[in-house]
Design a protein around this ligand. Sequence first.
Ligand code: URA
Length: 444
Amino acid sequence: MGAAGRLPVELIRAKRDGESLSPAELREFIAGVTDGSIPDYQVAAMLMAIYFRGMTDGELAAWADAMVRSGDVLDLSAIARPKIDKHSTGGVGDKISIPLAPAVAACGVAVPMVSGRGLGHTGGTLDKLEAIPGFRVDLDVARFAAQVAELGVCLIGQTARVAPADKRLYALRDVTGTIESIPLIASSIMSKKLAEGIDGLVLDCKVGDGAFMKDAERARALCTAIRAIGHAAGKQVTCVLTDMDAPIGRAVGNALEIAESIDVLRGGGPADTRELTVVLGGEMLCLAGVAASSELGQARIARALDDGSALAVFRRVVAAQGGDPEVCDRPAAVLPQATRRLPVLAPRDGAVVAIDAEAVGMAALVLGAGRRTKDDVIDAAAGIVLACGLGDRVTAGQPLAELHANLPDGDPRLAAAAARFLGAVHLADHAPPPRATRILEIIR
Ligand code: URA
């Protein structure tokens, strides 16, 4: 703490009692988080005080800005193109970044994308990309910037030097019951995104049982907080609320999701996966100022998917990041394949009225597609391919999905994953009205 400043314990007490802290006090507190001079118990107490008391817009902006400045902030100002990223709050089967980033780059916008790994039942873009043999996500900042300048897109993981305050805060939140706080989630997300040197951000805020935000009201509150942080930093932020009431697309699992992403990049793929790519991409082009409206932006993204230009960018990105670009032409020959494929059969006739995304994610995790502990090694080939979607009618004995695994005969994980998957699919006598779109709301 500065000589004249209040001690950490005084700041904790003040926050606990509902007082607003000044920007200077918040900056000092984050400095103490970053350099380790404030011990875990005091940081945790402050997090709990914020959890209960929330933050004013002014506090939020100062806290988030201090988190951004706790580490390296990329300077991409030498790149003339507008620089726009997309962030998703995380969903099962959410592979959208993979077709989206090259499609947006093919339309003239730079996408400096720093992604994460899988967390619990949700997969991570980095794990998916690493399913492509040779693909490297650990490029240094200079190579990252050079590739964004040359190809318009680079996809890497967060370095230890990006927002180190968030690393410590996140780890403490995880074990102190303070994850579910809107200002803490918003500042955590934005500290990493604003460090990328972007001009604007499109946030895909998932809503539903399989998401962080279980209902639209909380999702809107998160979007408001994220937009407040973005605007205070002079960045434009568009938030898209999207339905996470079932896995996205048909593939859940790393290599399987790359194959589905390539389908989208070839102008095909499941309707919802293409829709999310087109809508989020349209918003990114609008923010960048290269499309006059979302509709025009969407049309440009759709064209980039259909005319091969998005796939051409992806091919160059794969090659530049050490992967085998043949994956674009012969995904099944290049991507790892599971030795075992087991159908899961419908137990009765009926209509599919719900598919619990979280339970499907957990079933895929049991097969090896995700991590139970942070040191677990992922099996890139493992996962689930759904053979049914919401509203489909099925008959008893019809496959609902195919499990992909590299597990020996009789391994209990096969039966456990099948049981979890069956528990995720709800059958009823009557089908619900078909869902027309995954897009719930767009906040510009
Ligand atoms: N993602 C983040 O980066 N931080 C959070 O707090 C929640 C989701």
